[in-house]
Design a protein around this ligand. Structure first.
Ligand code: PMP
Length: 298
């Protein structure tokens, strides 16, 4: 498998990264999860610039200088060189060498983009039956402690919650705050439908997801705080994320739900959009147009 690493394509096995990388020890990095889909005009990346802008906000929070234009080129180059038409792109920028103190000024920054074959992280069974959700005993990182960005270290919180859910036999964990308001899942935002009305769960500690924003742009649905009681009383619940797309929830804490008409309609609409069959004028798809030159920048 190939990577784009610090400006050029490299084989994963040839990539050299220090075991003393600051990011490895402290999680001082920022990443994105981006998807490319097959379209009639070849593979295209969904909302590439919006993902990179969010990565840029994380880098800024970490005081890290990252060349987003280079990461953009890297994303296109590594996708082209992978030969994949459906791929998961993983850009990452992290502090590497220069010291293990907590002052990050002057540390070396490494950047990479990997292109991985696509696999639904919630699983095919979940896709068919709906995701089983369990309210987590873990609180989501509070925005006042860790800004809701894709900072590497922040994901330990998600891993702990996911492990707890898995140990109890559930596919995914739902974070709820100390007052019982729904935050998000470990890697997805939450929507509900009640009496035909679609609502996006809003919470200051949740990542502002791009899939969530896509559905808000399309539907004009309300975005507001939602209590766990209200969520449990919904007719339909679904999760959104680059990886999860629009995933119906089949179960929440032992209460069962169906993938209802609103969820199914939005699932189909989202698929048409990411495959370049609808809403193309919105400019959400970036097609592969860069000529790839062996081993380096165009
Ligand atoms: N919340 C968290 C914690 C996430 O990691 C993700 C995935 N990036 C999302 C929500 C959904 O965001 P997006 O739609 O931009 O993928």
């Amino acid at each position: 498998m190939q990577l784009w690493l610090d400006g050029r394509l490299a084989a994963v096995q040839d990539a050299s990264i220090s075991p003393l990388a600051h990011g490895l020890h402290y999680g001082t990095g920022v990443f994105e999860g981006i998807r490319a889909y097959p379209t009639a005009a070849g593979p295209a990346i969904f909302r590439l610039d919006d993902h990179l802008a969010r990565l840029g906000r994380g880098a800024e929070a970490l005081g890290m200088a990252v060349d987003l234009a280079a990461l953009r080129r890297g994303s296109l180059e590594v996708l082209a060189s992978s030969g994949l038409d459906a791929a998961y792109l993983r850009p990452l920028a992290f502090y590497e060498t220069g010291g293990l103190g907590l002052d990050v000024a002057g540390l070396k920054v490494r950047t990479l983009v990997a292109a991985l074959p696509w696999k639904n992280h919630l699983g095919e069974v979940q896709a068919a039956q709906g995701v089983s959700l369990r309210t987590s005993s873990f609180r989501r990182n509070a925005a006042s402690a860790l800004p809701p960005l894709k900072l590497c270290g922040a994901y330990v919180n998600s891993v702990l919650a996911k492990l707890e859910a898995a140990r109890a036999g559930f596919a995914e964990a739902l974070f709820v705050d100390g007052d019982g308001f729904v935050v998000e899942c470990t890697g997805e935002n939450v929507f509900l439908v009640k009496d035909g009305v679609l609502t996006a769960v809003e919470h200051p500690d949740a990542l502002p997801g791009l899939t969530r924003q896509t559905l808000l742009d399309l539907t004009g649905a309300a975005s507001r705080p939602v209590h766990l009681h209200e969520l449990r009383d919904a007719d339909e619940i679904f999760l959104t994320g680059t990886s999860a797309e629009v995933s119906a929830v089949g179960q929440l804490d032992g209460r069962f739900f169906q993938a209802g008409p609103v969820t199914r309609e939005l699932q189909a609409r989202y698929q048409r959009i990411v495959h370049g069959e609808a809403e193309t004028a919105r400019g959400w798809l970036t097609r592969l147009e860069v000529p790839v030159q062996a081993g380096g920048r165009p």
